[in-house]
Design a protein. Sequence first.
Length: 288
Amino acid sequence: MEKIIKKLIIVGCGRLGQKIGNNLSALPIQVIGIKRQLPKNTPSFRILSLDIFSDKFSESINQINPDFVIYCVSSDSQTEESYQKNYVEGLRTTIKILGQLDDFQHLFFVSSTRVYGQITKNCLSESINPQPSDYGGRALLEAEKYLKKALFKSTILRLSGIYGDDRRHMLGIASDIERWPSEDRWTNRIHEEDAVSFISFLLTQILNKKEIENLYLVTDNEPVSLYEVLKWIRSELGLSLDMIPDSNKINGKKLISKILPRLNFTFKHPNYKSGYAQMIDKIKKTID
């Protein structure tokens, strides 16, 4: 591996961005985060308080002169305007600035499987053209297409539903039957630890002079019925399975990465049971 220290900027340091930055301490990479408001906690790397659309953002990028950028923003709200601003316009602004640097190497865009809006019985993978069904998916796909026009190397990371220690939404739904959706659907998941580890894996590949793909579908490759997940969680929490809804039909989509299984990368949580079992165990230890 190279001993020369490379510089990486993480644009958007929310929960995922901070975990990515903290996880890269073992690599010969200097990490700098960019966030509109500084986080309350103290990560292991420096974070600058900057707005993507300010003049200081461009000045800072040029001054740091990064080798890599991870564009990992989130939408302020579930509106078309917010998705367009944060994903499309924000990424476009970042690409324009990076295109003016002399030695920039690689941009990673954290996208989402929301781009797959089609409903089909077939499993969807990296080779299937996405057909977004809502404004969020359309904005993400528009950003992806714009990135493909960039003159430097880039990789799109389509993450499926992220869950983890700080993402307990599903545990709350499982605990309250009244919050269960009226219809069952397929769910595709990736534990936050595995998403972070995979990004670190890709950066290690680049540092070792190995080529990586321009698109990955980042999911645990075990699509499962949402009702099955909720029932299993309730059982692990010691809650009754009486009066739970039932459905003979499963809607939605099944996602399978055709690329990840070929890589020398191992999931810590290859399925939802592994991931949620760890979360539930930590909760029980806290209560005890």
